[in-house]
Design a protein around this ligand. Structure first.
Ligand code: ZN
Length: 187
C-alpha cells in the first residue's frame, strides 16, 4: 500500500443500539478491541477521528426497513463506552446510511486537509459502503480497516468489502499495517 498522506479515521455507528440494543449485532463486539487500538494510534499521529453516528428522528426513511433505532438523544444513540470519543475527536449526526449525507463531514475533512478516509465500524454493506461511495465521488482515497469493520453475517461482510474494492478502488488493510505505515508523533 502507498504511504498514507493525510488520513482521518471514520467510525460508523459503534453505538449502543448497534452493539447490544435495538439492532444488536453480536459480531461487532469483535471489532471493538482493534478499533480502540486504531483510534489510539490515530490520535497519537494527529489523524482526525470522526464518528458518524445515527441520530434518527421519528419518521426517518430507514424506520420503514429497520424499525426505530438510534433515536436522537437516547442512550441507544450513544457511542459505546469502550470507544468513547476523546478530546479532539468529532462526532457527526446522520439520518441516512452515508456518513457524508447532510452531516458536514466533507467540509470538516477539507478544513483539516484530509485526503484519505480510513473507514471503520458497521455495517460493511450498508453504512460503511454508502460512506465509501460518497467518499469516492468526493475525491478521497478510501482505505478499509478490515479488522475494524463488521456486518450481520460473514457473507454481508465479504460482499460489502468486495463491492467497495471493485467500485471505489478501496484499499483493504489491517490495523497493524496501517499504524506501521506511519510513525507516531511522539516526542
Ligand atoms: Zn439508521
Amino acid at each position: 500500500m502507498e504511504p498514507l498522506n493525510r488520513p482521518a479515521v471514520i467510525v460508523a455507528d459503534m453505538l449502543v443500539d448497534f452493539i447490544t440494543g435495538a439492532l444488536a449485532n453480536p459480531p461487532s463486539q469483535g471489532i471493538v478491541a482493534p478499533l480502540a487500538t486504531l483510534l489510539a494510534g490515530a490520535r497519537s499521529r494527529g489523524w482526525p477521528v470522526c464518528y458518524v453516528n445515527d441520530a434518527h428522528l421519528p419518521g426517518d426513511t430507514e424506520e420503514r426497513l429497520w424499525g426505530a433505532h438510534a433515536m436522537a438523544g437516547t442512550p441507544g444513540a450513544q457511542v459505546i463506552p469502550e470507544l468513547a470519543p476523546q478530546p479532539g475527536d468529532v462526532q457527526f449526526a446522520k439520518r441516512w446510511y452515508s456518513g457524508f449525507h447532510e452531516t458536514g463531514l466533507d467540509m470538516y475533512l477539507r478544513q483539516h486537509g484530509v485526503d484519505t478516509v480510513i473507514l471503520t465500524g458497521q455495517h460493511a454493506h450498508i453504512c460503511v459502503q454508502h460512506t465509501a461511495g460518497e467518499a469516492f465521488i468526493s475525491g478521497y482515497r478510501v482505505v478499509l480497516a478490515t479488522d475494524c469493520i463488521s456486518a450481520f453475517t460473514p457473507a454481508d461482510q465479504a460482499a460489502g468489502i468486495a463491492y467497495m474494492e471493485q467500485m471505489y478502488g478501496a484499499e483493504s488493510a489491517v490495523v497493524a499495517d496501517l499504524l506501521q505505515s506511519s510513525a507516531a508523533n511522539v516526542a
